[in-house]
Structures are given as C-alpha cells and as structure tokens.
Design a protein around this ligand. Structure first.
Ligand SMILES: *[C@@H]1O[C@H](CO)[C@@H](O)[C@H](O)[C@H]1NC(C)=O
Ligand SMILES: *[C@@H]1O[C@H](CO)[C@@H](O)[C@H](O)[C@H]1NC(C)=O
Ligand SMILES: *[C@@H]1O[C@H](CO)[C@@H](O)[C@H](O)[C@H]1NC(C)=O
Ligand SMILES: *[C@@H]1O[C@H](CO)[C@@H](O)[C@H](O)[C@H]1NC(C)=O
Ligand SMILES: *[C@@H]1O[C@H](CO)[C@@H](O)[C@H](O)[C@H]1NC(C)=O
Ligand SMILES: *[C@@H]1O[C@H](CO)[C@@H](O)[C@H](O)[C@H]1NC(C)=O
Ligand SMILES: *[C@@H]1O[C@H](CO)[C@@H](O)[C@H](O)[C@H]1NC(C)=O
Ligand SMILES: *[C@@H]1O[C@H](CO)[C@@H](O)[C@H](O)[C@H]1NC(C)=O
Ligand SMILES: *[C@@H]1O[C@H](CO)[C@@H](O)[C@H](O)[C@H]1NC(C)=O
Ligand SMILES: *[C@@H]1O[C@H](CO)[C@@H](O)[C@H](O)[C@H]1NC(C)=O
Ligand SMILES: *[C@@H]1O[C@H](CO)[C@@H](O)[C@H](O)[C@H]1NC(C)=O
Ligand SMILES: *[C@@H]1O[C@H](CO)[C@@H](O)[C@H](O)[C@H]1NC(C)=O
Length: 742
C-alpha cells in the first residue's frame, strides 16, 4: 500500500498542471478516487494518471476523457457515483475488485462519447434492457456472472468475454443484424451456450474465440451443446479453448467448423473437442483459395487423436500445423495437404511420419520429441530441422553427402551412420545433363536436376526442390559456348555449358526526342552490357546497349544523323552480330514517321470492326499488318490515312496492345476491351470520380465490385494513356543516358 501511495504521489507531481477541472466532473471523480484509494479530495483528479483530461476550449475547464482505475483495492468496492456527469468520457478500464452498480448500466447510454469499456468483474444484476451508446466500439469483461441482453450486441465492433460463471447467459438468438461486429470472444458454460444465429446477425465477423468451461465435475453441471446455423462468410480466425481439469465433456463443433469457408487460422486447445462419429474425422479440406491455413494443435491433441482410427483431421491444401508440448501420434494427422509441419516436444514415441503421399510438404520441423528410427529417403526433398530427437537409425545419402557441418539440423540424434564428426561423403551424387542451356542476354536461370544436390542457397544458385532441383543464376551477357561453375553444398563442383539466346530483329521505329531523332530496333537477344554491332545496308553502325524490356522485347538505338540517307518507302536490310551470333537479315521499308491519331482504343469484347486514322504514308496495303497481343487482325479497307480492321474477341481488360507494323516500322497503341456498347474511339471520355460512401452511414456492408466494366469508368482519360504511350520515350531516355556514358 505504501508503494501505491508513493506512486500516486510521484505521478501527481509530474502531472500537476494549472488548468481548472470541470467542477461537476471533479466532484464525481474525486469521490471515486477517495473511495478506492483514499486520495485526498483536494487533489485534482486530472493531475493523476487515473484519468486523461482535455481542456474544453469553450468553457476553459478540463474535462475527463479517460478513466483507468488500474490499482486493485484490497476489498471489493462498488461505485455508486453518478458517472453520467462525466459527459466527455470515451474510455473506461477498471481492474478487479471494482464494480459499477446496476444504475450505472441503466444509464450507460447517456455516455454518448464512450468508445471503450473494459471492466474486470460484472456480477451486479443488470437489466436485460441495457442499451449501449452508439459510440461504443469495444466491450471487454474478464469475469461475468449475470445475463447479457440483446442491447450489448446491437452496435459494437468488438466484444470479448474471457471467463464466465454460473448466472451468466447470452441471448439464444440475436435479434438484430450488426454488420460492425468483427471480433467476438464468448464464454460458454453449463446452461449457457452461444447465440445460434451468429452467422446471420454478425455477417462481418472475422474472429471468433470460444472459451468453453466444460468441466463435468462442476456442481450442477449440465451438458453444453453448441449449435450454429448458417455460414460464417468472413470468419478467418477461429480459436476454441476448453477449460476443465480431467472430466471434460466432449462437444461437437461440426456446425461451426464445416461452415467457415475462408478460415485461415484455427486453434483448438484443451480437452473437449468431439469428433462426429458419422464423419469419423475433422474434415477442413473444403476450405479453398487460401494457401496459408494454419492449425495450432493444443492440449486436446491426445484426447482428440484417440477418437478415430487413422487420421483425425484433414486440412485444406497448403496448410501448416504447429504443436508445442503435446503428445500424439503423427498418424492422427492426414499429411496429404500439408505444406509445413512444426512439432516441438511431442512425447509420443514413434517413427517420423511417412510423407510419401504428402505432395505439398516443404518444411518439417520436429524437435525435442520422441521420434526414433531412420530419416526416410523421402525427407531429402524437404527443408528439415530434426534436432534433439532420439532418432537411432540411419540418415539417407543426401545427408551423408553434406556432412555434419551443413546438416547440423539433424543433430544431436543417436544415428548409427551419422554423427557430429561425419564429413561429406557423396557417391550417389548425380547431375542430369538435359538442362536447358540457352539463357536470355539480360540474365536468367539454368535449372538443373539430379540426385543429392543438397539444400544450398548461395549467391550463384538457390534450391527449388532440395536435392532434386536447383536454379543457377546467370548474369547479363552475350555469346556462345560459355561455362559457369558452381560449388554445391556437398562440395561437388559443377560446370554448366550454355550460350546466350542469339539475336532476332522484329521491327524498327524512329523517335524524336529533345530535338534529336533516333533510329530504334526492337527484337530479342541484344547485348545489354555494351554496344551492339548492327549492319544497315552493308554499313556497320554501332548501336547503344540494350535497354528496358525482358529478353522477349529489347530495344537498341542510335542517333539518327548516322542513318544512311534513303528515299521514303525504299527497302533497306538490317542484321546484328551479338558476340559472334548473327541474327536474321531483315528487309524493312524506310518511313521517317508513322503515326496513329487515336491515343487508345476501346473495343468490344465480343469482337467487331473499327476505323483507325493517322498517317501511314504508304498506299501499299500489303506492307501493313495489325495485331492485338499477337493475334492478327484482318484489314478490311485501307488508305494512307484511314484503315478499318476487324478485330478478335478478348476478355474484358485494359492491358491489351495493338501493334501496327508498316513495312517493319512498328507502333503500339493501348487497347481496352469492354463488355457492352463501346463509345466511339475518338471521343474524349470524361473520367467519373469514384463515389465515396457517405461518412455518416453506420452500417458498412462491403461493396461488391461490378463484374462488367462500363466504358465511362474505364481509365481512358488522357493522363493514363499518355503514360502508356510514353513507354518508348522512357526507354529512349535510358538509351540516351547510356549513350552518353559510353
Ligand atoms: C464535453 O461534452 C460537452 C457536452 O457534450 C460538450 O459540449 C463539450 O464540447 C465537450 N468537451 C470536449 C473537450 O470534448
Ligand atoms: C475547439 O476544439 C475543437 C475540438 O477539440 C476544435 O475542432 C475547435 O477548432 C476548437 N476551437 C478553437 C476556437 O480552438
Ligand atoms: C425490457 O423491455 C421490455 C420491452 O420494452 C419490457 O417489457 C420489459 O419489462 C423490460 N425489462 C426490464 C427488466 O426492464
Ligand atoms: C453429458 O455428456 C456426457 C459425456 O458425453 C454423457 O456421458 C452424458 O450422458 C451426458 N448427459 C446428458 C444428460 O446428456
Ligand atoms: C531431365 O530428365 C529427368 C529424367 O529424365 C527429369 O526428371 C528432369 O526433370 C529433367 N531435367 C530438366 C532440367 O529438364
Ligand atoms: C527455373 O527456375 C526459376 C526459379 O524458380 C523459374 O522462375 C524458371 O521459370 C525456371 N525455368 C525453367 C525453364 O524451368
Ligand atoms: C517490340 O516488339 C514487340 C513485338 O512486336 C512488341 O510487343 C513490343 O511492344 C515492342 N516494344 C516496343 C518498346 O516497341
Ligand atoms: C545527334 O547527333 C547530332 C549531330 O551530330 C547532334 O547535334 C545531337 O546532339 C546528337 N544527339 C544526341 C542526343 O546525342
Ligand atoms: C562489336 O564489335 C566489336 C569490334 O569487332 C567487338 O569487339 C565487340 O565484342 C562486338 N560486340 C558485340 C556485342 O558483339
Ligand atoms: C469507318 O468509317 C467509314 C467512313 O468514314 C464509315 O462508313 C464506317 O461506318 C466506319 N466503320 C466503323 C466500324 O466505325
Ligand atoms: C497483352 O500484351 C501486353 C504487352 O505484351 C501485356 O502486358 C498484357 O498482359 C497482354 N494482355 C493480356 C490480357 O494477355
Ligand atoms: C458489342 O457486341 C455485342 C454483341 O455482338 C453487341 O450487342 C453490341 O451492340 C456491341 N456494341 C457495339 C457498340 O458495337
């Protein structure tokens, strides 16, 4: 008690301010502090850390926003003060031994600013008609022993009840729909279950925690039934904790567990989970679409695993399981859908689980557990940590290969063929020679397969499937008949033979930028590291290094002043030699500039025809080809300033590209495919601002996105298209910079 008083004094000194506290509020709060902690009523409560106050800029008084009664008095105390005087209260938190009287709850609705209400005990009888202020978002009870009425659930966003005892109950059904409630923690005791219509009345519930007191040895214990109708559409986190000693009532939870289609995290702890005998196991494999489902196996695992023959639960594809300190046979888990298994201190004596059918398994951690026998060969393809077990059989060759230094994660264990002085020994090592030996000039990977390749991840390679498949990094370069040597985790040196992909020329174009013109070639396999040796009409010309794009789309260019002078529409030939690999020689027709008037096109997803205007210069329609994302469009009519194409159908989307090629001169245009009527392409459409939901609306149902995009909402305002069109100029800027560097 001395310490408490000293602390109060300390805080008092530090908090002392000059402002005057609202007299009405001061009176109430001083009285509370006097009753609980014997604080002298001359001390302004706003100077103590039991409150947080703020100056009202109209009255100039300090008003109390937060009340945090964080010392437990020695004896139980009931507060009878009139809290409705604390008009500005937003936050109440109260520790044990402090209770409010019934009238406090009757008047709770008058605290119209209250957002947070966290009290330790609720045991005074309260009206079933308690109404909460709309402002209240969070309610927490540590211990509750009286019924809660409907009013508690109508408008809050978060409700947590940690423990309950006789007298507590919840409504059998919730009478209102509350779309705000996302987090709900409930206690379940003998005689009190959960509302049966949670899915319908709390449609946005994301986290549900059930604290179930199912100790059948309690006085007057009556069996608990949990029934639930409907689908928990948004529930991602479900935690079920059973509290009991030994005589636990087994409880069926199938109705909840088989209706949580988007669950990501499930934790079941304690004794009490009952397998439905009609199903025979817990089947969660219906949960789809999420790759990160995770189950935390608790104390229940031993009792749970005794309830079925063979595996007791099947999880969704790519799930993870975690357990710490609980003992159960691995046969209880269906490993087929697991991607990770993490087990610590499992005291059940057994062999390592058989993973022959575990197609997704990538990680196995089993530590400090009573596993005995061998590490099977199948474990070579998984990331492992098997330290501190009692494995007394053999390790497979993949572990012998890398030796004790690299395989410290299987030690210590009393293996018969491996210990903390085993050096690498790898006669079974094999490298398949069928790897793809062509690499893009902007770098890439050579993926190699084999046996006993190890687990290593280094600068020059990384593991795709341990021991079976590695990706070797190859940097930017050019040329053929090259070699790359790496050292594997098993100390084997591996030399790979490869060549860079030879160059191909696809098209050309001419850009004007900063008062200079540039001739640009588009193709693949160009040199990214330095100059490119191009031959135009037999004349060697040095182009810049390749910039931008991936290997399927490289560009190189040079200052147009060097370009041989040619008449419009005359042919010229181009080829390129990259590190001794010579491209095709292509014949193009010379045009100083080709343009399209439209900045973008909006096309009908069912296909159709469209007019495109611009300056195409030639009258020879056979020089023209048009495609959209690689699919050719047929030319219906053509003049040198307008042509009509019929275009193919595509899915709705805004990332299509129309490519017009005139005698080798290529130009791109962004295309959006829409459903339904298409606006005329030349029309400048106005961008409609997205409607913002009214901020006053209390219910926030999630808006469902409309499937079909209407043309007016398409991003075809000038800004976004200009940026699309400017891609070539961006690349040219790269070229310019690199040219200047050379
Ligand atoms: C305190 O509450 C009163 C009554 O609602 C209000 O007029 C006043 O502005 C509030 N003061 C502050 C600082 O919130
Ligand atoms: C008074 O306080 C309110 C909210 O705290 C603030 O919006 C308002 O601007 C303040 N008025 C003055 C005159 O400072
Ligand atoms: C609660 O409200 C209902 C309907 O307004 C009324 O019939 C009932 O008597 C009230 N109960 C209490 C305990 O006030
Ligand atoms: C309560 O549950 C236990 C355990 O399942 C069972 O043995 C007992 O018969 C049940 N009692 C009643 C009244 O249903
Ligand atoms: C090489 O062949 C083996 C067996 O024929 C096959 O499993 C492996 O995937 C192949 N490797 C590559 C890199 O294609
Ligand atoms: C090689 O592995 C890398 C990295 O996993 C992958 O991105 C690439 O597609 C693979 N290449 C081939 C040819 O399989
Ligand atoms: C290069 O040509 C390809 C194929 O014609 C095309 O998809 C790509 O957009 C072109 N790149 C540039 C920058 O023009
Ligand atoms: C292109 O060459 C011309 C003539 O030599 C020169 O004036 C111009 O600055 C050059 N442009 C660039 C961007 O190098
Ligand atoms: C271009 O030609 C020069 C001179 O022959 C040569 O040194 C250089 O390696 C060639 N560059 C490429 C990428 O082939
Ligand atoms: C193309 O233009 C011609 C003449 O300007 C017009 O008759 C025709 O309807 C247009 N076609 C389309 C598909 O817009
Ligand atoms: C169309 O091609 C562009 C450019 O190559 C690409 O970014 C886009 O993803 C493609 N669109 C579709 C739907 O395949
Ligand atoms: C798009 O195609 C559909 C189906 O052919 C047609 O009903 C619709 O009118 C077309 N829209 C326009 C603007 O041509």
């Amino acid at each position: 008690m001395k310490i408490i008083i000293l602390t109060i004094f300390f805080i008092y000194l530090f908090n002392f301010g000059q402002c005057i506290t609202d007299p009405d509020q001061k009176l109430v709060m001083s009285d509370v502090l006097k009753q609980l902690y014997n604080v002298d009523s001359s001390i302004d409560p706003c100077t103590l850390q039991f409150t947080y106050c703020k100056t009202d800029n109209i009255t100039n008084y300090q008003v109390i926003l937060n009340v945090h009664l964080y010392f437990a008095p020695n004896n139980a105390q009931t507060l009878n003060q009139d809290f409705t005087k604390l008009l500005n209260l937003t936050f109440i938190r109260v520790v044990e031994n402090i209770a409010f009287n019934s009238s406090f709850y009757d008047n709770l609705y008058k605290l119209t600013k209250l957002e947070y209400f966290d009290i330790h005990d609720l045991s005074v009888p309260i009206s079933e008609n308690v109404t909460l202020p709309d402002s209240l978002e969070t309610v927490k009870f540590d211990k509750i022993s009286v019924p809660l009425g409907q009013g508690w659930f109508k408008s809050i966003a978060q409700m947590q009840i940690f423990s309950a005892s006789a007298g507590f109950s919840l409504p059998k059904e919730l009478s209102n729909v509350n779309p705000l409630l996302q987090t709900l923690g409930l206690s379940v005791i003998s005689n009190s279950s959960i509302p049966t219509n949670i899915p319908q009345s709390l449609p946005n519930l994301q986290q549900l925690v059930l604290n179930i007191y199912n100790d059948m040895d309690q006085d007057d214990y009556q069996n608990i039934t949990i029934s639930s109708k409907g689908v928990y559409k948004k529930l991602t986190d479900l935690e079920i904790y059973f509290y009991n000693d030994v005589n636990a009532q087994p409880i069926l939870l199938d109705q909840i567990l088989s209706n949580t289609p988007v669950l990501e995290y499930l934790n079941i702890d304690g004794l009490g989970y009952a397998i439905n005998p009609l199903v025979g196991f817990l089947d969660l494999s219906y949960i789809k679409g999420k790759r990160d489902f995770f189950m935390d196996l608790g104390k229940f695992s031993n009792s749970f695993c005794q309830q079925c023959n063979g595996s007791c639960f099947k999880l969704p594809e790519y799930s993870g399981i975690y357990s710490y300190e609980w003992s159960y046979p691995f046969s209880c888990i269906d490993l087929r859908n697991l991607s990770s298994l993490e087990v610590y201190q499992n005291g059940y004596e057994q062999f390592l689980p058989n993973i022959d059918n575990a197609l997704y398994i990538q990680l196995i951690i089993i530590q400090e557990s009573i596993v005995v026998g061998d590490i099977p060969e199948s474990y070579c393809k998984v990331e492992l940590n098997l330290s501190d077990n009692q494995l007394d059989g053999t390790v497979p060759s993949c572990i012998l290969c890398i030796g004790y230094l690299e395989a410290s994660w299987v030690l210590p264990n009393p293996f018969s063929n491996f210990n903390s002085s085993s050096i690498p020994y790898c006669p079974g090592f094999l490298l398949d020679q069928n790897y793809t030996n062509l690499v893009a000039t902007d770098g890439g990977y050579i993926n190699i397969t084999g046996k006993n390749l190890g687990w290593g991840n280094y600068n020059d390679y990384f593991t795709i499937i341990p021991n079976e498949k590695l990706a070797v990094r190859i940097g930017v370069g050019f040329g053929k008949n090259l070699q790359k040597t790496i050292t594997l985790q098993n100390n084997q040196k591996v030399t790979l033979n490869f060549s860079y992909i030879p160059p191909t020329i696809k098209s050309y174009s001419i850009f004007e930028l900063m008062n200079s013109k540039f001739f640009v070639l588009n193709g693949t396999g160009f040199n990214f590291k330095g100059e490119n040796n191009v031959t135009i009409n037999g004349i060697p010309i040095t182009f810049s290094n390749s910039g931008g794009g991936s290997n399927s789309d490289n560009i190189i260019g040079f200052n147009f002043t060097q370009f041989p002078s040619l008449a419009i529409e005359t042919q010229f030939t181009v080829s390129i030699d990259v590190g001794g690999q010579v491209s095709n020689q292509v014949t193009f027709y010379y045009f100083p500039s080709i343009t399209i008037t439209e900045k973008s096109l909006v096309l009908n997803s069912t296909g159709g025809s469209i007019n495109i205007t611009g300056s195409f210069i030639t009258n020879n329609s056979s020089l023209i080809s048009v495609s959209i994302n690689g699919t050719k469009c047929s030319l219906i009519s053509y003049t040198n300033s307008l042509f009509t194409i019929s275009y193919p159908q595509f899915e709705v989307g805004d990332d299509y590209v129309l490519t017009l090629v005139v005698g080798g001169y290529a130009i791109n245009l962004p295309v959006t495919y829409v459903q339904g009527p298409t606006p005329s392409p030349t029309q400048t459409s106005t961008s409609t601002p997205t409607p913002t939901p009214s901020p006053t609306s209390t219910s926030t149902p999630t808006p469902t996105p409309t499937k079909s995009q209407t043309p007016t909402s398409e991003p075809n305002d000038d800004g976004s298209l200009a940026s699309n069109l400017s891609i070539p100029s961006c690349l040219l800027i790269i070229l310019l910079i690199t040219q200047q560097l050379i």
